[in-house]
Design a protein. Structure first.
Length: 283
């Protein structure tokens, strides 16, 4: 009899164990908490909202005025051109780089560099920036693109003035074996305008993407830097610039793209100090 009772108890326990409702609470499966979606960052101190709302009009006006100035120079051919060089002889490292990188077909290199700087760089940089936020309103798109446009306008005007003041002889003019037109653009080698525009677009668009928390930020930096470096190489290959010209232009464009968007949103301030002015902010 005692064996029958023991067998009945074992059967009952086995049946109870097979019933999920009778499982101990400690073995119950728990549903994992849902992972929250990443939250987009917002510009700190944006120039388009609140007490900074008037800054949109100011920056649009500045960009438009500089753009008209640049356009008038192209249409009416009023750009400043130095007729004689103030910096004529290149240093040894520029000579060596020029001889190593020069293409036989300099015209092709010149065309490719212009295509890189004035077509591919703006299309790639601005397209990635605009596509970063599919739900963006018209005002949001303006405020995303405006820092890039203003950066480019500023560096292009600065480049024209810098070329005129420094008046460095271009390499093709320095090594020319025939007489050149003295009124041509022979003495505007430093710094490279092609190089400055590529890095200005890349760094300004990348800075806006960083502020916004856009997923396209690494692609903006990656594609932009690749295009900008290829432009610098092609400018040397075309005998239009020395290596120091393209490096200097790239650094100026990079610095402007990092600085101008921050100035627009007041993250960086220019303050008076003893014997001059100072810049405060964080990067």
């Amino acid at each position: 009899m005692k064996y029958l009772v023991a067998a009945a108890l074992c059967l009952q326990l086995a049946t109870a164990g097979a019933d999920p409702a009778l499982k101990p609470a400690t073995t119950a499966e728990t549903t994992p908490a849902p992972v929250p979606a990443p939250v987009k960052k917002e510009l700190s101190g944006p120039w388009y909202r609140g007490r900074y709302g008037r800054n949109r009009i100011i920056n649009l006006s500045v960009t438009g005025a500089l753009g008209l100035y640049l356009l008038s120079g192209v249409v009416f051919n009023t750009s400043l051109v130095a007729t004689s060089c103030r910096w004529c002889d290149p240093p040894d490292f520029d000579r060596a780089a020029r001889h190593a990188l020069l293409w036989q077909n300099t015209g092709l290199a010149d065309s490719l560099s212009s295509y890189d700087a004035y077509v591919l760089a703006p299309v790639v940089g601005l397209s990635l920036l605009i596509l970063s936020d599919g739900d963006a309103s018209a005002s949001r798109l303006i405020d995303d693109v405006l820092p890039v446009a203003e950066t480019v306008a500023i560096v292009q005007v600065a480049t024209q003035l810098g070329k005129y003041v420094i008046a460095r002889q271009r390499p093709y003019a320095h090594y020319a074996t025939t007489a050149l037109d003295p009124n041509a653009d022979n003495n505007s080698s430093f710094w490279s305008g092609h190089s400055v525009i590529g890095f200005a677009i890349t760094s300004a668009a990348g800075t806006v993407c960083h502020f916004r928390g856009y997923w396209t930020e690494p692609y903006v930096w990656g594609a932009g830097i690749a295009l900008s470096l290829s432009t610098e190489y092609l400018r040397v290959a075309a005998d239009k610039h020395y290596l120091s010209d393209v490096i200097g232009g790239g650094l100026i464009g990079l610095g402007a793209g990092l600085l101008v968007p921050r100035l627009m949103q007041r993250e960086i301030k220019i303050v008076p100090v003893q014997n001059g002015v100072g810049v405060t902010g964080h990067f």
